[in-house]
Design a protein around this ligand. Structure first.
Ligand code: 2PG
Ligand code: MG
Length: 381
């Protein structure tokens, strides 16, 4: 879904991504029966355009409030979160441009955040639903902190090195998964971590993260199945504990299914310094983040604007996350566009990290490159 908003001389665009491994409580991406977006587009060109052009607006927040009211449902199911968010992002761009400030700065001011460079979470090996389960977990992530330009250079070097090692291991070119990372097939659960740990050993300030995306690992006997082996929730927790002990882990996202709040809490209680991240569990929804807070279920929240459907509510989700004392990690979706809004959002809120995929696809690299550009601009001020 791509939206163009025009105000006088100003013309701005926004495009909205689409997820494959979605949580059941996400805002609704409106699709036609054949998978198209004609209805959502008609909503933008019809009702939403009528509202936007009906009066003057003094802020992007005011537009978001009106869009949320116009939709009138708790999950944007009438107009579609894809339709509403496209206009919401475009409105944020328009007001930043009108004020003559960079997008990241407008977001920081809007939410009362201190802007700062996020850690880069690069999905070096794709598995799960993003790569036909050639690896059990969905994302094997190389985490790099520090100055973005330097972190990105390290990531490029490490990604190329991994490609070379994999190629010589398998004696053939390794296919890419949905998010621009390699998708080798290993039946040994620890093998990908050994490879990432070797890269971590070469660069200080780097570490390993995973998105287990455990919704997709559920079996029908109340547990999980990984590479053909069944695990009870306690056995899976023991598997994570073993991995944390052995490898330089920074965080684990969605270690259990979205319904297993109690298992999240147990793992969080024993994970020590390792951050436990909610994604399908919390779906960028302030109410669900509040519930997770009461359960002490996690220590970080993944923030994806299209899970909630407006910039306003994504900002509120960050505020709720911070109120819990937790880290906010911004994220792209598996179906991405060339819009780099998420990079500005991550920098503007001073996110703990940004997850934008591997380096094998242009639309993933563009997010990291935008962060390098933001850093240069911010230094020049
Ligand atoms: C996730 C995302 C992004 P998807 O689970 O965190 O990596 O995947 O967009 O398919 O939900
Ligand atoms: Mg996830």
């Amino acid at each position: 879904m791509e939206v163009t908003l025009i105000a006088g001389e100003m013309v701005v665009h926004a495009s909205v991504p689409s997820g494959k491994s979605t949580g059941s409580h996400e805002a609704l991406e409106l699709r036609d029966a054949d998978g198209g977006m004609e209805t959502a587009i008609a909503n933008v060109e019809g009702e939403i355009a009528a509202l936007i052009t009906s009066r003057e607006w003094s802020s992007a927040d005011e537009i978001d409030t009106a869009l949320i009211a116009l939709d009138g449902t708790p999950n944007k199911s009438r107009l579609g979160a894809n339709a509403v968010l496209g206009v919401s992002i475009a409105a944020q761009r328009l007001f930043a441009e009108a004020a003559g400030v960079p997008l990241w700065k407008a977001i920081a001011e809007r939410g009362g955040f201190s802007a700062a460079a996020p850690r880069l979470y690069l999905n070096f090996m794709n598995g799960g639903e993003h790569a036909d389960f050639r690896l059990p977990f969905q994302e094997y992530i190389f985490v790099v902190g520090g100055k973005t330009s330097e972190a990105y250079a390290i990531a490029q070097d490490a990604f190329a090195k991994l490609g070379t090692v994999l190629k010589s291991n398998f004696n053939t070119e390794i296919p890419m998964g949905d998010e621009g990372g390699y998708s080798p097939k290993f039946d040994d659960i620890e093998k990908p971590f050994e490879m990432l740990a070797a890269l971590v050993a070469e660069h200080s300030g780097t570490s390993i993260a995973i998105d287990a995306a455990a919704n997709a690992l559920r079996n029908d006997i109340g547990g999980y199945t990984l590479t053909g082996k069944d695990y009870t929730p306690d056995e899976l927790r023991a598997l994570y504990a073993g991995l944390i002990k052995k490898f330089p882990f920074h965080s684990i996202e969605d270690p259990f299914a979205e319904t297993a709040m109690g298992d999240f809490a147990k793992l969080t209680a024993e994970a020590g310094e390792v951050i436990i991240v909610g994604d399908d569990l919390t779906v960028t929804n302030p109410e669900r983040i509040k519930t997770a807070r009461e359960a002490k279920a996690i220590t970080a929240v993944l923030i994806k604007p299209n899970q909630i459907g407006s910039v306003k509510e994504a900002i509120e989700a960050v505020q709720m996350t911070r109120a819990a004392g937790w880290a906010a990690i911004c994220s792209h979706r598996s179906g991405e566009t060339d819009d780099t809004f998420i990079a500005d959002f991550a920098y503007g809120i001073g996110a703990h990290g940004i997850k934008a995929g591997g380096l094998g696809q242009k639309e993933r690299r563009e997010k990291y490159e935008r962060l390098v550009e933001i850093e240069k601009g911010a230094e020049a001020v």
